[in-house]
Design a protein around this ligand. Structure first.
Ligand code: ZN
Length: 407
């Protein structure tokens, strides 16, 4: 298994060189370096006797049908697009591990067909909408997406054509009825496994998320001539609220609440801020806890504004419910951890993944691998060989059980 782990890591580094920007890893949806990645992965798939195709959403699909097949098909995969100046392992590692798993299944003569998918688009960088690839595979692709435009004004529909594909065929990307489940192997992209000294964990749920913009409206005036007691300082009000957001999240188990963006007007050193807009991102595994937290935070914002003579309002951009992973597949993963000598750890995912979209169509599970230093979406993102080996051992045990027990 060590050789497999080393090969998967080496290939991630090789694919990292297929980039839009020399010296940095940037590989957006349907850009020229994606052709190079497809060519590389196709060679690997064909060497494993898989039949390959690229669907109309740009997903590369490799299918292994065993001679002793039982008519069931299991899906493995992750994404090959990246954020700008990315690391080498976010997404791509899950694709390389999927191919290693196909070979493990072949060696074990498992009666399970396996489709390995390199999802074309997950990050949402090019068209501002994430999960375009997995939406198509899950049969959840809304044709209105074809009218999206990238920063250069190119429509998604035309980008698909320019890549050599036919947007009319996007419905045919959807899985058929043989598909019984999906497993994504992905780096954790956070510091939890590192802090606990663990190699892998199963994901229980992709947390729900609310995003909104809150606005404090006060009175812009001269900082020298306006006495403190007569001010209506929007920035001081926003600052007080930001403190309460952090305190509330620290006091609530499982809650992440973040103000990551602040926009002060007029944003000058000698003018009291008249208007401040701040972002709020709230995440929790339980939707009721998230909704309650958002309500409480907005009430606090209003109370702070009232006391300071400010106006307070908010605009919601996103209310996305939590997506639980399939209980049975997740239990198969934790059982597989025990069977292979690892701690049976499970945890929520604070980040979205293709599995979240796939879960709308079929039972889905995610296996996290430790992110050294908790670093991701950054060129220093890396993985440990022992963790990649652990993931392969767990996945092998998982697939053997799945083949034995069927649906
Ligand atoms: Zn990813």
């Amino acid at each position: 298994m060590r050789e497999r782990a080393l090969r998967a890591i080496a290939e991630c580094r090789q694919i990292a060189a297929m980039t839009e920007e020399p010296g940095r890893i940037t590989r957006r949806f349907l850009t020229p370096p994606v052709h190079a990645v497809h060519a590389h992965l196709r060679r690997r798939m064909e060497a494993l006797d898989m039949t390959t195709r690229v669907d109309a959403a740009g997903n590369l699909r490799g299918l292994w049908r065993p001679p002793n097949g039982n008519g069931k098909q299991f899906i493995l995969g992750s994404h090959i697009d990246t954020v700008p100046d990315a690391g080498a392992f976010d997404g791509v590692l899950g694709v390389m591990l999927a191919l290693e798993c196909v070979e493990l299944a072949q060696e074990a003569k498992l009666p399970l067909a396996i489709e390995a998918i390199a999802f074309s688009e997950e990050e949402g960088v090019r068209f501002g909408v994430p999960f375009i690839g997995s939406r198509a595979v899950a049969g959840r692709f809304d044709r209105a997406l074809l009218a999206l435009r990238d920063a250069e004004g190119v429509m998604l529909e035309d980008a698909i054509r320019a890549f050599g594909l036919d947007p009319a065929g996007v419905e045919q990307a959807a899985l058929d009825d043989d598909a019984i489940g999906f497993l994504e192997m992905h780096i954790e992209q956070g510091p939890v496994l590192e802090a606990e000294g663990l190699s892998v964990a199963a994901v229980t749920v992709v947390v729900g998320q609310t995003r909104l913009t809150a606005e404090f409206q006060g009175w812009a005036n001269h900082v020298g001539t306006t006495p403190m007691r007569l001010r209506r300082d929007a920035l001081a009000g926003a600052a007080e609220w930001i403190g309460t957001v952090e305190a509330a999240a620290r006091a609530t188990e499982g809650l992440a609440a973040t103000v990551g963006k602040i926009d002060a007007t007029p944003n000058a050193a000698n003018v009291i801020a008249g208007r401040v807009r701040v972002s709020l991102d709230v995440r929790h595994a339980h939707d009721a806890a998230r909704t309650a937290a958002v309500q409480a935070l907005l009430a606090q914002g209003e109370a702070i504004a009232l006391r300071r003579g400010l106006a307070f309002q908010c605009a919601r951009q996103m209310d996305q419910p939590a997506v639980p992973m399939d209980e049975r597949l997740t239990r198969f993963l934790t059982d597989a951890m025990e069977a292979t000598g690892f701690a049976a750890r499970s945890m929520p995912s604070g980040a979205g993944h293709d599995a979240m979209v796939m879960a709308a169509r079929l039972p889905a599970a995610v296996l996290f691998l430790r992110s050294p230093g908790g670093v991701s979406h950054h060129p220093e993102e890396t993985v440990r060989e022992m963790d990649v080996e652990a993931a392969l051992q767990v996945a092998q045990s998982f697939l053997v059980r799945l083949a034995a027990e069927g649906r």
